[in-house]
Design a protein around this ligand. Sequence first.
Ligand SMILES: [Cu+2]
Length: 257
Amino acid sequence: MKYALLWRTKMLMTTSILVAGLIIFQSRADDSKTNQAEPPASSAPVTAATSETQPVVETGSLKGRAPINKAKDARPAKEYSGPSIKVEPADPHVTAVWIGSGFPALNPALAPIKRIEQSGYQFRPSLMVVQTGTPVVFPNKDSMYHSVFSYSDAKSFDLGRFRQGEEPDAEVFDKPGHVQLFCEVHEHMRATLIVVDTPWFVSTQPDGSFEISGITPGKYTATIWLSAKKRFEQVIEITAGKTLEVDWTNLVETRHP
Ligand SMILES: [Cu+2]
């Protein structure tokens, strides 16, 4: 009995020493990492990661203007028969901007479900950016049948024809790339889904303005996407607690004189 108690005390002490050693080791590993990333003079506090407290990383933002997307409308809506068909104007073209790459895909079961509606005989929004692993639903808000399909490399699928209330299951977009969406019933209907392997992305306002926040500080390649054939890359550096302001409005002119 006495021996058993002694043994347990000994085991407990050994475990404590091991845990303490592990914390010191962890703290040193963090130290060396911090020293590599920052100049030695830095006085930034180093927080050791433990199971109770997660280190808080202060993030930065990127704000500015991307080139206005001047892409031409793919094709005008032709006349469709049926008294209730009124083709409304398509959404204005916008530009997509994202920062970095190589992040793992989201778990589709936990990722928020995104929506691209079919409304007024158009896809809305006509451009959407999502992270890999995102499920997307395509509700039909019109009184007639629509379909959704794509033959793109990043995603080839066909939901077939469905009417209002017959919403097909969400489609998961798990490969980075650009997915062109069509409706087989209405030839003029077009939408672009850009799948990126980063959590930092935005579709700009029609005037090109945008803001991305919550970015981990560091050096990144920013991608500015105007069409399948027109995209630009810019190297940026995000600093903790700061907003980097950029003006990329003349990017097209500079790169394509
Ligand atoms: Cu349609």
